[in-house]
Design a protein around this ligand. Structure first.
Ligand code: ASP
Length: 326
């Protein structure tokens, strides 16, 4: 048994604005993913022992599925490593909610079982901005990851707030306090899902419903063999009549179809009030980008042939709490 005084917090750097530089940009903006995690850690005032690992240094708008698999495996290995008290991941804010739901679904139960926290953090201002929020966010995340009280779990810590990473959404393009989570919603994750191989994630696309919607591109992606579709529906998950027919045909032939809402707040039930696309599944509390990751993981898990092999619908039902109407 390792003594907690000899343990460290592991900080995994992946890039983002927290590692960004204005000085690297020729316009009025900045470039994300320029500064190493060891340089960022030099700004953190802490007595805790810190180890770091640079997994990549990207603008998170370029996040790949292969990289998600790598991050997930690295975190699982580190959770099992007795030298670590907890784990922080610095990440761009643009896709942090996707990595958040991914980590919750592949290792949330493991982190709770081991009582170690996994904490995502980032920044809205680049590291060379005079008001940079990165150092305070990173300090907050490290202190949270080192705190063994209250058990494990996957969290997002920014701007003084701590939110469950699986339920969080980026809700503002520029505010320092850019994330919110709806605590009235819940994810009901009963077991960790397998991480897809880096190069073999199911192909899932998001189709948005809007005025004047056309189904040409949707029919083309079905023709090309898409593995699943997430509808970013209007309002409570409703869909334009000119998209509904192709989606109904896709679902009737066994295509994996999840209905979410482009509003990104509230919850989407299994049945629509107007009865369209009856064979689809509601995405519950997940916004379209997060529903897409959850559907990919559910399809991938359903392909794992085990004695208790489940369909993607049965697996998804274990992820999201779905009311029957709403
Ligand atoms: N584009 C940046 C990124 O996601 C934005 C940020 O980190 O706030 O990497």
């Amino acid at each position: 048994m390792t003594n907690s005084s000899s343990q460290s917090v592991l900080v995994i750097g992946t890039g983002g604005t927290i590692a960004g530089l204005k000085s690297q940009s020729d316009g009025g903006g900045y470039l994300a993913g320029q500064v190493s995690i060891s340089t960022l850690l030099a700004e953190v005032d802490t007595k805790l022992s810190i180890k770091n690992k640079q997994l990549c240094n990207i603008d998170s708008c370029d996040l790949t599925q292969g990289l998600l698999s790598k991050i997930g495996q690295e975190v699982i290995d580190s959770l099992h490593d007795p030298q670590f008290l907890g784990i922080v991941i610095t990440h761009g804010t643009d896709t942090m909610e996707e990595t958040g739901i991914f980590l919750e679904l592949v290792l949330g139960n493991l982190s709770r079982k081991l009582g170690k926290k996994v904490v995502l953090t980032g920044a809205m201002l680049p590291s060379d901005d005079p008001n940079a929020d990165g150092p305070s966010n990173l300090t907050q995340a490290i202190n949270l990851a080192a705190d063994r009280h209250g058990g494990g779990g996957v969290w997002l810590a920014m701007a003084g707030k701590v939110m469950p990473a699986g339920l969080v959404s980026k809700v503002h393009t520029s505010r320092l306090d850019a994330f919110e989570s709806d605590e009235s919603l819940c994810l009901k994750v009963s077991e960790d899902l397998p991480i897809p191989p880096e190069d073999a994630w199911p192909w899932v696309e998001i189709v948005m419903s809007h005025s004047g919607a056309r189904d040409d591109i949707l029919r083309q992606m079905i023709h090309l063999g898409v593995d699943g579709i997430v509808l970013a529906g209007t309002g409570g998950g409703t869909v334009h009549a000119d998209l509904a027919k192709a989606l109904e045909q896709y679902a009737a032939k066994g295509g994996a179809l999840l209905r979410s809402s482009r509003i990104g707040r509230g919850t989407i039930p299994n049945q629509l009030a107007n009865g369209r696309i009856p064979n689809s599944v509601g995405a519950g509390p997940l916004n379209p980008a997060k529903a897409r990751i959850a559907l990919q993981l559910a399809i991938n898990a359903s392909r794992h042939r085990t004695a208790k092999s489940l369909t993607w619908q049965e697996i998804f039902a274990r992820i999201a709490f779905l009311p029957n109407s709403g």
